[in-house]
Design a protein around this ligand. Structure first.
Ligand code: TXA
Ligand code: MG
Length: 321
């Protein structure tokens, strides 16, 4: 198993010698390696069992450093960076050749983010290279929001996990770029689209893989538990699965079901708060997935605030468009 702790010096030494380290961010934990080292980047793909056509996000701690590896910073994206960095926003920017092809899967843009978690920012400030980091989960599974999630799945393959507690936002970053002049969201995430529109005006959302060659990693079935995951009206689903005699668990937005064992249900927010639900989502999906049940029943949230991004993840878990 990996060592787990808060030793930034150890994390730095390992990264400088080409090793991978799991890092906490406010969105989810990342599996980090030196973004300028093709060998370290190759190790990331191998450890995650991630197909090489799915490019990585490059993390750094200042806009000056971003300028070292992007050719230009188009104005509307710069405005978003100024307002929302550090934070749960990833920008697709024209890349310089200093970024290895493997990081971008040969695309002419590079995905860049300045995360806000203080431990990871301190680490980035000490390094003289940026960190490539996908979410620290095996490809296709639910992203980790706690150090223990990383350890459970990747602990045997990495030397160190920097422990920054539970991720505050709990959903991956919102990915934004340009289609021509049009600001475009390629992945719904921890930064609400309305907040983006408040700065740059109306944006288009192209967050599904089938219509979205530009974000190759956005496969329909993703963020998925190993158990079948069914979405619908929970009262009806519970009735239906009881009749079928199947053992199920329930993931609800804000309800508790008195006729079900407490052990078999998780409510994402007692106060019907979509932000709190986002923070709890992935840990709840993992917990239910580890129970001895044959199916997980769930429901969609209201499409407001982070509800829209949570619903995107729930639909991907259920593998429906
Ligand atoms: O919140 C996050 O974004 C986390 C933390 C660790 O920063 N990272 C994360 O990385 O979610 P990952 O690799 O699981 O998802 C990155 C997504 C993929 O869907 C990938 O296809 C897309 O970003 N992506 C990366 N580079 C791209 C590019 N140049 N053009 C289009 N999509 C890109
Ligand atoms: Mg991921």
């Amino acid at each position: 198993m990996a060592r787990i702790g808060t030793d930034i010096k150890l994390a730095k030494d390992l990264l400088e010698s080409g090793e991978l380290v799991a890092i906490p961010t406010e969105t989810v934990y990342g599996l980090a390696g030196n973004a300028l080292s093709p060998d370290a980047v190759a190790k990331i793909f191998e450890t995650k069992k991630r197909p090489s056509f799915d490019p990585l996000i490059v993390h750094t701690d200042s806009i000056e450093k971003v300028n070292d590896f992007v050719k230009e910073f188009p104005r509307p994206l710069k405005e978003l960076a100024n307002v929302f960095w550090p934070g749960p926003l990833t920008l697709l920017l024209p890349r310089k050749v200093s970024i290895p092809d493997l990081v971008t899967s040969g695309l002419d843009t590079v995905a860049v983010r300045i995360p806000s978690h203080s431990l990871t920012r301190s680490l980035l400030a000490e390094l003289d290279f940026p960190l490539a980091a996908p979410s620290a989960n095996p490809f296709g599974y639910i992203s980790p929001t706690q150090a223990s999630h990383v350890n459970d799945q990747l602990g045997a393959h990495i030397p160190y996990i920097l422990d920054g507690g539970a991720s505050e936002v709990g959903l991956e970053s919102t990915i934004v770029g340009l289609e021509g002049d049009q600001v475009t969201v390629y992945r719904l995430g921890g930064l609400d689209v309305h907040q983006i529109e408040g700065i740059v005006g109306p944006v288009q959302v192209m967050a599904h893989s089938s219509s979205n060659p530009k974000s190759p990693g956005m496969l329909k079935s993703h963020y998925a538990p190993t158990k079948p995951f069914v979405l619908g009206d929970l009262d009806k689903l519970i009735e239906e699965y009881k009749k079928k005699g199947q053992v199920f668990a329930v993931l609800s937005f804000d309800k508790v079901f008195a006729n079900l064992s407490e052990r078999l249900q998780i409510r994402l927010s007692q106060t019907s708060d979509t932000q709190e639900a986002a923070k709890n989502l992935f840990a709840a999906m993992r917990a239910l997935d580890s129970l001895d049940v044959s199916v997980i029943l769930s429901e969609l949230l209201p499409e407001e605030g982070l509800g829209r991004a949570v619903n995107d993840r729930l639909k991907r878990a259920a593998a429906i468009e």
